[in-house]
Structures are given as structure tokens and as C-alpha cells.
Write a protein that binds this ligand. Structure first.
Ligand code: ATP
Length: 224
């Protein structure tokens, strides 16, 4: 799997009826395989940025390119296809399907795209192993701890080996020790599979351990 280059140039985004733009000429570039933490105060636009990059939201000006191709905007079918092919998304809530086993949850993105083969079963077993959940494939999500469910959510986002992994506070509702544990598995997944990754987080200790940290909004005043 190869991480895809992400390029954002001169992004302009204002929500309908809002007084101020969320982005007014924002640009950034992320190298293939880079892990970039996105931090900034609440409301600065972190989730909006991820939604635009995923083609889930619209913007008024500027370009967003993934792997050199523009992210489709205002074309729901093209956006959905773009996400299926290139994007793995994970959120604060893992949103696992409760009536399906952990293994079936991991296979679901593959099943939606086509036939599930024995190689796919072997692949999701490998993914489960990477997130420290080998042997738990037969469990139902309701029997998992919050940290285990978060790890499944992260792995599921990589089931189709996307070039872009967009993570919106995936450890946000976990206690600090569990958040750290899940983050270690996140790092391991990233190290193994090297998707280009944006990780939105409020946890500066975790952000500092990413290859790069991008702060949206005004710089924090320096002490002294
Ligand atoms: N659907 C929407 N319609 C109108 N305004 C919105 C919408 N979604 C977000 N906003 C506004 O846009 C700004 C950026 O929101 P966003 O959710 O991207 O911030 P954030 O940095 O992710 O915040 P948090 O850290 O609290 O999750 C905020 O002022 C928010 O109120």
C-alpha cells in the first residue's frame, strides 16, 4: 500500500450563513506516508478540514489534490467512489456494526467493494494481530472495551488499504492510559502500512509523537 500525496492550495471555506470563513486561503502539503497531527482550539476547523479532504463537504475556492488528482466536490457519486478507493476514515466513536462480529466488521468495506476471498480473511487476521486483538475476530462489538473497539475502528479504516487515513479524534473519548495504548497501535498500523495520515487530536502529548504537527489558527503565545 502506498500513501498518497496530499496538496491543499488556497482553500476558502465559509459555512452558509456564517459570519467568518473557516478557511481563508489555507494551504498545506503532506508527503506520501507522512503522519501529520492536526491541532488547534475547538472550532478552528479541524473536522472541516478532514471533511473537505474526504470530499464530504464543499468549499468555495482553492484546490485539494490527493495523489495528484482533484478531490471531487459537489458530485456525490464521484466523492463516494473517491472515498471507497482512497480514503479510510475513523472517528471518536468507532461506529462498529453491533450485530456483526469483529472480523465481519473488518471485512465489511471489502465485502461492499466485491468478493471476499480467503486472502481477505488472512489480511483482516493480520490487521487484528497488528492492533493486539488476535483471536477476538469472533466477538461481537458489544463485548469489547472502548479501547478495543477504537482499535477495531482504526483497523477497519485500513481494511481496503487506502492511500489516505483520516482520523478525527480516534482516542478522544478514552481515558488517558487507554488513549495512549490505542495511539501505540495507531502508530504500529501507520508504520506497517504507511498511509498518508491526518490525525486530529486535542492531545498534545500524542501530537508531538507524530512525524509532524500542524496547528490551525493563531499560534499560542509563547511563555516568557
Ligand atoms: N455544518 C455546519 N454549519 C455551520 N457551521 C459549522 C458547521 N460545521 C462546523 N461549523 C462551524 O465551523 C467552525 C469549524 O468547526 P469544526 O467542527 O471544523 O471545528 P473543530 O476545530 O473540529 O472543533 P472541535 O475541536 O470542537 O471538534 C466552527 O465555528 C463551527 O461552529
Amino acid at each position: 500500500m502506498t500513501g498518497l500525496a496530499l496538496s491543499i492550495k488556497d482553500l476558502h471555506k465559509t459555512y452558509t450563513g456564517a459570519e467568518h470563513p473557516v478557511f481563508d486561503g489555507f494551504s498545506m502539503a503532506v508527503e506520501p506516508g507522512e503522519l501529520c497531527a492536526i491541532v488547534g482550539v475547538s472550532g478552528v476547523g479541524k473536522t472541516t478540514l478532514l471533511n473537505c479532504v474526504a470530499g464530504l463537504d464543499r468549499w468555495e475556492g482553492g484546490t485539494i489534490e490527493v495523489g495528484g488528482d482533484p478531490v471531487p466536490m459537489g458530485r456525490p457519486e464521484a466523492s463516494a467512489l473517491f472515498r471507497r478507493e482512497h480514503v479510510g476514515l475513523a472517528f471518536q466513536q468507532p461506529h462498529l456494526l453491533p450485530e456483526f462480529t469483529v472480523e465481519e466488521n473488518l471485512l465489511m468495506p471489502i465485502r461492499i467493494a466485491g468478493e471476499v476471498t480467503p486472502a481477505h480473511h488472512a489480511w483482516v487476521a493480520e490487521l487484528l494481530d497488528t492492533v493486539g486483538l488476535a483471536g477476538l475476530g469472533g466477538r461481537l462489538p458489544g463485548t469489547l472495551s472502548g479501547g478495543q473497539a477504537a482499535r477495531v475502528g482504526l483497523a477497519r479504516a485500513l481494511a481496503r488499504k487506502p492511500g489516505l487515513w483520516l482520523l478525527d479524534e480516534p482516542t478522544g473519548n478514552l481515558d488517558p492510559a487507554t488513549a495512549l495504548e490505542v495511539f501505540e497501535f495507531l502508530l504500529r498500523l501507520h508504520q506497517d502500512l504507511r498511509p498518508t495520515t491526518l490525525l486530529v487530536t486535542h492531545n498534545m502529548a500524542l501530537a508531538e509523537r507524530c512525524g509532524r504537527t500542524l496547528r490551525l489558527g493563531p499560534e499560542e503565545p509563547r511563555q516568557g
